[in-house]
Design a protein around this ligand. Structure first.
Ligand code: UD1
Length: 386
């Protein structure tokens, strides 16, 4: 059996790893070993996702917790190295773009262990985003790069990555969405019957905010919350609040903007609650990456509160409109949705629920291909694409 160490750390990793673990466990040749770095640790940010998505208990939890970027990344690296020494895997598989992704990829490559990156090649071209640095660095040291959209492959080739290492397989996040849609928690169960049957029954906007560029500067966050308050006059708002944002709202005494019967603030939600709210939303306002993709898959209009997106297919083919955090642009985009119903979009190529299956088939072929070069890098003799 070929052991593959799979890494998760933060909330958006969980929906990506779930279908990959299922597909790996179904393989006769591959044996997954799951490492949780502990970057996210709260019940709401962590444990509930494992339960709902049927992710097996991690084989090891590094319990790093929160810290500055440098300390968190260094601590993950320090604690991950002995795992590789002990388990001696054939490869390390990382997903997405969080600090855990780059930290574990870096440890593996320095030990000559091939790195597999799921969701490679996405680029916002904004290097002030910590995730953009994580993406660029992880891709440069990965041996096998799985992409969700064709623009990602183009980005990688432009950065000099050998195209034989790249495979366009589709989107594992959408694998999870398709599998779990039937179990989505209804609105009433999340909001309570009274709220759900009142104001919110005739439509609502769903809001998420957690990017440092939107929440770390109190002035920017206050301006955004003021805009949301204005928007709520036209459409009630449901706002599950990320811990990073909650801390800032409390520290800067900004709760006053949310104090309205037309705004419901909630703790971070489980995956199935969030899915239930997204499915029925008139519009989603967000700065998340994954939600831009999920709304495209669901056909729900999305207004992205960032200047850029690393997921351009959600704009060109999906339901996404990128507006930044300027109040007049946000209000303009909302008016457009209310007046026209917003973008309907179409489902991007290979977002069909089978990405993880393709990934595992390709990894099996790579291992069987006798193509592991002496330098430890995987280069298949033929181009791998599905
Ligand atoms: C991280 C990812 C980001 C991802 C997001 C999803 C990086 C650089 N960022 O950002 O890409 O979109 O996760 O949530 O990896 N906290 C808690 N409980 C937790 C986790 C965090 O209270 O379980 C609080 C802590 O105060 C912490 C803050 O949230 O300092 C930020 O957490 P951190 O993991 O550093 O970054 P996120 O903003 O969550």
């Amino acid at each position: 059996m070929n052991k593959i160490v799979c890494v998760v750390g933060a909330r958006p990793n969980f929906m990506k790893i779930a279908p990959v673990m299922t597909a790996l466990r179904g393989s006769a040749y591959l044996q997954p070993y799951l490492v949780h770095t502990g970057q996210h640790y709260d019940q709401e940010m962590n444990h509930r996702f494992f339960q709902q998505l049927g992710i097996p208990q991690p084989d090891v939890d590094l319990e790093v917790g929160s810290a500055s970027h440098a300390v968190q990344t260094a601590e993950i690296m320090r604690r991950f190295e002995p795992v590789l020494d002990r388990e001696r895997p054939r490869a390390v598989l990382v997903v997405g773009d969080v600090n855990s992704t780059i930290a574990c990829a870096l440890v593996a490559v320095k030990k000559g262990i091939p790195v597999i990156h799921v969701e490679a090649g996405l680029r916002s071209h904004d290097r002030s985003m910590p995730e953009e640095i994580n993406r660029v660095m992880t891709d440069q040291i990965s041996d096998l790069l799985f992409t969700t959209e064709t623009s990602a492959g183009e980005n990688l080739k432009r950065e000099g990555i050998d195209e034989r290492r790249i495979a366009f397989v589709g989107n594992v996040m959408i694998d999870t969405l398709k599998r779990q849609l039937i179990r989505a928690v209804p609105l009433e169960a999340t909001l309570g019957a009274n709220t759900a049957s009142g104001l919110f029954s005739s439509g609502y906007a769903l809001l998420t905010l957690h990017r440092p560029s939107n929440v770390d500067d109190p002035e920017v966050l206050a301006r955004l919350l003021k805009t949301i308050r204005k928007i709520s006059d036209r459409l009630p708002v449901i706002f599950p609040i990320h811990p990073r944002t909650a801390k800032q709202i409390q520290a800067e005494k900004l709760r006053v903007y949310l104090d309205s019967p037309r705004i419901v603030s909630l703790q971070p939600l489980s995956y199935l609650q969030m899915l239930g709210l997204m499915t029925k939303a008139r519009v989603v306002l967000t700065d998340s990456g994954g939600i831009q993709e999920e709304t495209t898959a669901l056909g729900v209009p999305c207004i992205t509160l960032r200047e850029t997106t690393e997921r351009p297919i959600t704009v060109t083919e999906g339901t996404n409109t990128v507006v930044g955090n300027d109040p007049s642009r946000i209000k303009g985009a909302l008016s457009n949705v209310l007046e026209t119903g917003g973008k309907t979009g179409r489902i991007p190529e290979k977002w069909d629920g089978r990405a993880a299956e393709r990934i595992v088939a390709i990894i099996e072929r790579w291992f069987a291909d006798e193509s592991i070069k002496q330098d430890g890098h995987l280069i298949g003799r033929k181009r791998h694409s599905c």
